[in-house]
Design a protein around this ligand. Sequence first.
Ligand SMILES: NC(=O)c1ccc[n+]([C@@H]2O[C@H](COP(=O)([O-])OP(=O)(O)OC[C@H]3O[C@@H](n4cnc5c(N)ncnc54)[C@H](O)[C@@H]3O)[C@@H](O)[C@H]2O)c1
Length: 314
Amino acid sequence: MNNNILIIGASGQIGTELALYLRKRYPEAQIVASDIKEGIPELVENTTFELLDATDTDQVLNILKKYNINTVYIMAAMLSAVAEKVPMKAWDLNMTILLNILNIAKTHSDLKLFWPSSIAVFGKTTPKNAKQYTITEPNTVYGISKLSGERWCEYFKNNYNVDIRTIRYPGIISWKVAAGGGTTDYAVDIFYKALEQNNYECFLRKDSKLPMMYMDDALKATTDIMAHKEFKNYIPYNVAAMSFTPEDLAHAIRKERPDFSISYAPDSRQQIADTWPASFDDDYARQDWNWNHQFDIDSMTKEMLFHLNKKMTI
Ligand SMILES: NC(=O)c1ccc[n+]([C@@H]2O[C@H](COP(=O)([O-])OP(=O)(O)OC[C@H]3O[C@@H](n4cnc5c(N)ncnc54)[C@H](O)[C@@H]3O)[C@@H](O)[C@H]2O)c1
């Protein structure tokens, strides 16, 4: 069977690394990376890159046809902190992109889809350790769009047999491409500042504990769930790796850079963080498709400092 893969939103934090990871994991596959904006040179050189506005159904259909695509990763979205500034635009963008592709897949039964959800589906009423099935009353427009997206994915799976798979990412930490305006971005920014100036002013409180994951684990989770045989039911799987506070992260950085200091000036992103759980339970993913993480806070910190140091001295 051919393996022609399209990534939508491929110039973003996760999409870029996903496209490059798929290139390595499936050397024979055709990897088409697409976004409304140009990607980094490494992405454009190692994939077939197409400029694409995923809100435009005709543009999406043309690309699917042109490359005979059978797998789509839908990574384009507006993230939590940016979305709160333009709630209606965020809702429109996040839902239009997903529903466009779900409706296309209704009549293209050979398409396999991945669409990521987030810890943002939880809210203030969710217990601080969120189970797979628990209260989901999100308080942000981003969370509302992710929860609605999950419901639509299940609807299309049940009513039109669309093969769509979802994981709920925690905050993703990586060094290759800048983070896209989420509430957990401090856990990326802190490493740049640690290397540049040995101190960081954090926009969350020191005790704000949130679930996080290193990019390598996120890529493994994303491609493993897609490599699994078709699931009977749609489950937007929780996938967890580690949970920490800004203070814990500063402590981990200090093990590598003893002079590093941190101060705290919480801004509007604190209100978003306060609605999210401190940790979440991923038993279903571990049982159903053998999800397992590799990186903890210390191994992730070492990797981040090593790769960013190299990147910043080039
Ligand atoms: N990064 C995280 O920590 C995190 C956590 C939970 C969930 N997620 C989800 O993972 C997915 C990818 O996140 P990310 O961090 O890479 O986001 P990002 O903001 O870095 O990238 C999103 C990309 O989508 C592109 N895009 C926006 N509108 C588009 C359009 N109309 N057509 C085509 N492309 C468009 C943007 O140009 C951008 O490159 C999103 O669905 C996000 O909600 C991310």
